[in-house]
Design a protein around this ligand. Sequence first.
Ligand code: NAD
Length: 331
Amino acid sequence: KKLGIALVGLGGYATNQLAPALMQTQFVELRGIVTGTPSKIPKWVEKYRIPEKNIYNYENFDRIADNKDIDVVYIVLPNSMHAEFTVRAAKAGKHVICEKPMAVSVAEGRQMIDACKKAGKQLAIGYRLHYDPFHLEMMRLSREKVFGEVKLVEASDGFRAGDPNQWRLKHALSGGGPLMDVGIYAIQGARYTIGLEPISVTAQEFPKTDPVKFKDVEESLAWQLQFPNGAIANSFTTYITGVNRLYAAAEKGWFEVNNAYGYGGQQGRTSTGAMPFTHINQQAAHMDGVCKAILENRPNNVPGEEGLRDMKVIEAIYASAAAGGKSVKIG
Ligand code: NAD
């Protein structure tokens, strides 16, 4: 049996990654779309055979409650819309997958978790790397202390943000700059490669080289997470240039993934050799992993609580940067 999924928001990620991946999934299939742009509909109907009755807009979305074809709703909207649509989907009695960052604040994240709990439905975050073999290996090498205990992680993720008019540069829609967008992968990488929760953070915002383009959000940020065993993670995120790595220094060696956070092309190495994995379709593996858990009535690997931990770190990073780099405790 396959679950039926509806994609909410037909932008770049839904169109170019999720919908094609749903052609390869074993436990879930694309059955519905929710869009605010009617002109997009014909292409989706043609390509994915979406029946008219499974097409919604943002106003009539709540009627999805009556649609038995749809078991799961996948929110792929700008960050500030995640909380509203997750809560509405839960109230409509649907399981929810929500893109990262789960929300623009810890408070919103909590509301989303509560709404899904109350509805008795699962909430999963779009953390596709929890299903990627290279990242699973980073977790395993740390957990099994193959090279001893991890003492330092260096994790950075950034890219050059082109279009000056995109929602990512508008605080009201994004909730922040590169930290909200890709910096979260560096936080994730540090947390799962050290295998503990950080207790405090120091952060520094860099002066803007383009204060017009980045008037609303940070351009580049650095931060250092402190972990309860004394381990440290040093990280950087930016909208100015590409940077994409996850490196762990342990007592007796090191392990790393370069091109770490992309949809493929991971290059994994350890101090004793290359990681012997082939690339997979991360989006298909993620949606299948979550939907298999739903079908088997057990918790998924990337629940709302996992998203909330990152939101707590993000809020602490912004608080520290705003306080000139003072150490801030992570709630
Ligand atoms: P996008 O700009 O390509 O698409 C955004 C969609 O939201 C568009 O269809 C747009 O029409 C719609 N939208 C609705 N209201 C809008 C508004 N007020 N302003 C702007 N757009 C509005 O963005 P995207 O890259 O698809 O990102 C969507 C979400 O997916 C974000 O939360 C992002 O962080 C996440 N994402 C995750 C990954 C991943 O690898 N997991 C990759 C890309 C994006």
